[in-house]
Design a protein. Structure first.
Length: 393
């Protein structure tokens, strides 16, 4: 068992070390043989062929990977949060768009009623359909009080109006989960409702696709809704329960992102160490130069520290500990900043070769930057962590 696997196995409440080891090896094999060969082509094209993605999703489903983070009650494997985190790290060893083939699904699916589990969740779990999640707005990111997208009641449902931005996969998703204000006068926890909006619904438009620094092939779009009718049966959770539905997704995704960053950083150091051993400068191995050796040491320590933060947050989640949410914020803050530092050092270790697109180093360097923004900025994580300290009694 590798050091990474032993970290998660030691944190697992159920003590299923062998099961975690087998699962992660399956995922790593899929990543290395099925996903990585497409990384360069996807990055250059800034697109993934839809037929290829369908095939990759089917392959992941056949291996029992797709929807790996979902509980048994909606058709998932029911893994512990620690086991899920170990898989998340393994998935971090490939690029953002291709990792989507592994089917990490939003926690908000747990709020689906029996009917929705049949027509909405079931096809997602079978890798037959895809879903996007629309929270961010042009004037509202982390500040939920600033949300302007609204839904008002009408006969048989709701009329949805507003705009969302920086939404992943919306242009290809079969459904988009949309967070909207339904009672402006209510407290925040009763003000919002989540809706399942099908692609092609009248009044729903994809306004543009953004060009990005990194994450090429992972499409991010701006959306708008103009009196878009959503039937009552498409409310996810109860009216007014949108805050809780949203937090079920955000908290899980913060830990997911943290573990992915650990995987990205581990891949970088796995590339850097052999290079430092084999490359010779001034008659000595690169690794024998103290400046390079110190860079490698710093990378190793920071990767392990981030992994331990992830494992702790996952364990607290499994234990339903009240500090689980803040632990996820700590992991998200540290891991997302850590991968940027590791990417910078590793690119420097490779020198000119690291700056070129022949190696995955420059792509990972670009991709790493976005994680400090999505799922709650570094500043928001620091604010939440500080508040938890100040408010502690």
């Amino acid at each position: 068992m590798t050091d990474a696997l032993s970290t998660y196995a030691a944190a697992d409440v159920a003590g299923n070390a062998d099961d975690i080891d087998a699962l992660v090896r399956t995922v790593r094999g899929f990543v290395e043989t099925a996903l990585r060969p497409h990384e360069e082509a996807v990055d250059r094209a800034d697109d993934v062929d839809p037929a290829l993605m369908r095939d990759l999703r089917r392959s992941a489903a056949e291996l029992g990977i797709y929807g790996y983070n979902m509980p048994e009650e909606i058709g998932g494997p029911g893994l512990s949060r620690v086991a899920i985190s170990a898989i998340d790290e393994a998935i971090g060893h490939t690029s953002m768009p291709l990792a989507e083939a592994c089917g990490h699904l939003p926690g908000s699916l747990l709020f689906a009623d029996e009917s929705q589990r049949e027509w909405f969740v079931g096809p997602l779990m079978r890798a037959e359909r895809t879903v996007a999640y629309a929270l961010t707005e042009p004037d509202a990111g982390s500040d939920l009080n600033a949300l302007k997208t609204r839904a008002r009641r009408t006969d048989g449902g709701w009329l949805l109006s507003g705009a969302k931005t920086f939404i992943s996969h919306a242009e290809t998703a079969d459904h988009t989960i949309v967070l909207a204000v339904t009672d402006r006068e209510a407290p925040l926890k009763g003000r919002l409702t989540t809706f399942i909006v099908p692609r092609g619904a009248k009044g729903y438009a994809i306004d543009r696709r953004f060009r990005k620094l990194g994450w090429h092939g992972y499409h991010i779009s701006a959306l708008s809704f103009d009196e878009c009718f959503v039937p009552d049966g498409h409310v996810l959770g109860a009216p007014g329960a949108g805050f809780g539905v949203m937090m079920a997704t955000i908290n899980n995704d913060r830990l997911f992102v943290s573990c992915r960053c650990v995987g990205m950083a581990q891949r970088l150091i796995d590339l850097a160490v052999p290079h430092a051993r084999d490359r010779t400068t001034f008659g000595r191995r690169l690794a024998d130069h103290q400046a390079i050796a110190f860079m490698l040491a710093d990378c190793d320590v920071e990767i392990d520290a981030a992994r331990l933060l992830c494992a702790k947050a996952a364990r607290l989640s499994d234990l339903k500990h009240p500090d689980a949410r803040i632990a996820a914020s700590r992991a998200k803050l540290y891991a997302t900043e850590m991968v940027g530092r590791v990417a910078d050092r590793v690119l420097q270790i490779f020198g000119g070769a690291g700056f070129m697109a022949d190696l995955p180093v420059e792509r990972i360097y670009r991709d790493a930057r976005g994680f400090r923004i999505g799922e709650g900025t570094s500043e928001m994580q620091r604010l939440q962590i500080a508040r938890s300290l100040i408010d502690r009694t």
